[in-house]
Each structure stands twice: as structure tokens, then as C-alpha cells.
Design a protein around this ligand. Sequence first.
Ligand code: GLY
Length: 383
Amino acid sequence: MNEAIEMLADQRLKTMDQILAVLNRNIVDFGSKFPTVVSDHNVYGTRINEDGWTQSFYTGMLWLAYETTKDERYLKKAKEHTESFRNRLLDNKGLETHDIGFLYTLSCVADYRLTGSQVAKETGILAADKLLERYKEVGEFIQAWGANGDPNGYRLIIDCYMNLPLLYWASQVTSDNKYAEAATKHAHTARKVVIRPDNSTYHTYYFDYETGVPTKGVTAQGYSDDSCWSRGQAWGIYGMALCYRYTKDPVFIEEFHRLADYFVNHLPEDSVAYWDLIFQEGDEERDSSAAAIAICGIEEMLPYLSDDQAGKYKDYADKMLMSLMKSYTAFDTQGANGLLLHGVYSKPGNEKSGYGVDEMNLWGDYYFMEAIVRQNKTWNPYW
Ligand code: GLY
């Protein structure tokens, strides 16, 4: 083993121990509640599971911890979450969103994959049915936000690639191809509109409600409509890898190269992206969560690449991971109760205010942990 690989392996083991120590404390401190979307001065509060798209990242971390340790405490808590997500679905709370995919993949699908729970399976399928309701034949895409079918909200967003695995999974377990067909149609529509000729991406794209013709790309969380929001590009990288896994359509490998190359070519010195790739130096904030997502997306794609290509991207992913582990973790930050410092939820345009700016966020924590677990090559993704 060469020195760099050995250092990375040692650092990963140490980091995993630190992650588990944080989770052990949080299981007690959070009780039956979930962490808030982002931290406040690096401290998460608690919330209930009634709305929002992020609760399942905590559940996902519990499943990762359970897989890593086989400690029943994590299993018990994750199972409680399955019940909570089932109740949320049956009560139809806060599910007017495509993010049903994030919510139910890391809770019920993960539960079914790991324990074979039939309740989890049934709940996951009901969630996929609900997500499918947002698929629009006119335009062939899944509507991201707002009331289903609202002509003013007739748009997709790049993040949705991470919601598609729920649909692919539902087709696998039901043998009904309707979910996968919608997912694949959305995946192609999205890549055609959001990826620009220079390989950067739009965050969101609107369609004409009556004709389905794509009308315009706009940002919601990036610096400007024509800049490249870092986390969006990272969602795209991971999305291309997942779509390739499920469809084996080589176009997703081509798109992966485009998005991943743009991402790594716009990183600052320490390999952790600023919140928008328009910045490569200066005092703007980093989005550590974009780095964590990009690492996982690259790791997902590695088995499908030639040795040369895989080696190149693995180097990029390892550099990002090492940088996160060395300089972005919260373990030595007084009072912090999460994993990864320096994320940005939303800092649109030039404003100095925003939400979750230079804070920890739950998905950053989850994907950071997934990135570490992924170094174990036998790990089977929940996505
Ligand atoms: N999916 C929402 C976000 O990345 O902020």
C-alpha cells in the first residue's frame, strides 16, 4: 500500500470512530425527534417528522452505523424512524414535493434492503406511488416543488436525480415498469435541459404548462441564473452515476464525465468547492456538502469506468475526502453535535444573509459518512 492510501485508510478508521461517538450522543439527546435541517452556530436543534426533506439523512446515518457495527441500538432507532415515516405518509404530511425520494429511500427502502421488513417495503411502494403522481406527461418530467400541477411551478430541478432511485427500486420490487419508465424519461429530459454546452448546470428549468416545451433555466440556490451552483453540479454527478447503474445507457457515462470534469476543474486549492463554482478563491463560503455528495457520486461510477479513468476520478475523490476529514470535521468544535462544518444551504445572489450559511447541514453529514462507508467495497447503496 502506498503512503497516501495508507494515510487515507487510517484517517477513515479514526473518523468513523468519531462519527459513531457523535451518533451515540445524538441518539440520547434527540430522543424521538429529528435534527433540524441545518445547525445554528454548529448546533443542531430538534424537530418532528412532519415536513421538510432532510429528516431521513439522520435515519440514513443510523443505517450506516448499524451496517458498520451491527449494534442493535442503531437498528432499534432506525426502525422507530420507519414507523415515523410510515405515519407521515399515511397522514400525508409535508409530501407536496419530489423529495419523497430522499425521505423514503434512506428510511423505508434502506430498512427493506437491510432487514427485509414487509411494512417498510409496502411503505416504500406507497411513497413511490405518491412521487409518481408528480410525473408530468406534458414535458416528461417530475415536478419539483409546490402544488402538484401548478402551472406557475411547472419545473424540474437537478436535485431530483437523487429521488429517482425510489422509483427504480419500486419497479424492481413490484415488477411494474411504470415507475422506472417515468424515472428514465425524467432523467433524459433533465439532462437535456440542465446541462449547458460548457458542462456547467442550471439548478432549475421551467416548462410550458400546455405544450411541455422547456422555457428557461433559473437558479434558486446558486449565485445567479447562469452560474453553477456547486451542490446542484454534485447532485448531477451522483445522479448520472445512479442513472447509469439503473439503465446502463452509456449517455449517462458521457454526462458524468462532463459534470465531474467541470466540478473538479473549478475547485479551489483544498479541493472543497465554494458554494457556487463561479468562485474559486476569496472569502465566499465553502459548501462542504457538495464535496461529500460529489465523492459519493464518483465512487458510485468507478466500477463502470476504464482503469485509467477510474484511477483519475478516484484521485479526485480521495483528495476531497482527505481534505474534508482533515479540515472540515466538527469533532474538535466546542458544543458541535454534527459531523461536517462549513456547508451552505442557501445563499442566493450577492446577499450576505441566507439560510444555513457556513453551518452544518444534515445531508452534508450523511454523505460524508456514506463517503467513508463507501471505502468498504462490499457496501450496497440504499439508492
Ligand atoms: N435538495 C435541496 C438542496 O440541495 O438544497
